[in-house]
Design a protein around this ligand. Structure first.
Ligand code: DC
Length: 224
């Protein structure tokens, strides 16, 4: 039977960096579900669809082909109607589009089976907002990864700088707070800690310390 590790938490908590590195160590498939929502958000952006207009977004879904592909680099690429949009979905303006479209139950329902199928067919580390609560409620390991908004804003700033799209701290912090609020106050699958998830707060931890703490949680839960 395949093992699933679910990692949920707010944006900028370090989920993707930690999950990717853990997946490599354990030989699991890493699934970044935020990238899937970003792909739908990017489609709304590129097609001039108001991402808050559920009817318009839902009407666009049947014609969409959203696929995950794993390149030779081992990284998850997102394909939208056959086109690789991995870079485009990381543009700063797409974050809010992703957050807006992800609030719609029709979008969540559309993506649910795709995520579950990946977990049925692979050992996965899947990160997102509702993996432990909705997508994989029976996951063997559930972690709720968080950090203070300020620590997350500082990390996001570094990431944006490295990507060549720097933004001021105040703006990044404001957007983090706004997205936290959106993601945790929506009616459909809001961001929250599953009752059986282990809380890992990385505010005071660097990458190595966070990784060691995560590995320890996984070992305790899976015996691996
Ligand atoms: O993890 P991220 O920042 O790339 O996610 C982009 C948006 O997608 C985020 O604002 C909330 C949404 N999302 C979600 O609703 N459920 C998930 N499982 C993953 C992401």
């Amino acid at each position: 039977m395949n093992i699933s590790i679910a990692i949920d938490g707010p944006s900028g908590a370090g989920k993707s960096t930690l999950a990717r590195s853990m997946a490599q160590k354990l030989g699991y498939l890493y699934v970044d579900t935020g990238a899937i929502y970003r792909t739908i958000g990017y489609h709304a952006f590129a097609s001039h669809i108001d991402p808050r207009d559920e009817a318009a977004v839902a009407a666009s879904l049947p014609a969409l082909q959203v696929e995950l592909a794993y390149g030779e680099d081992g990284l998850q690429h997102m394909l939208l109607n056959g086109r690789d949009v991995t870079k485009e979905i990381r543009l700063p303006e797409i974050s809010m589009y992703a957050s807006a479209v992800s609030a719609h139950p029709s979008v969540r329902a559309y993506l649910l089976e795709m995520q579950r199928e990946l977990a049925r067919t692979h050992n996965v580390i899947m990160d997102g907002r509702d993996i432990g609560t909705v997508v994989l409620p029976d996951a063997e390991v559930k972690v709720f990864l968080t950090a203070s908004p300020e620590a997350r804003a500082r990390r996001r700033m570094l990431e944006l700088e490295q990507r060549g799209t720097p933004e001021p701290f105040e703006k990044v912090l404001r957007e983090i707070r706004e997205r936290d609020w959106n993601d945790s106050h929506r009616a459909a699958a809001p961001l929250r800690q599953a009752e059986d998830a282990v809380l890992l707060d990385t505010t005071e931890l660097d990458f190595q310390e966070s990784e060691a703490a995560l590995l320890e949680i996984v070992r305790r839960r899976t015996g691996r």
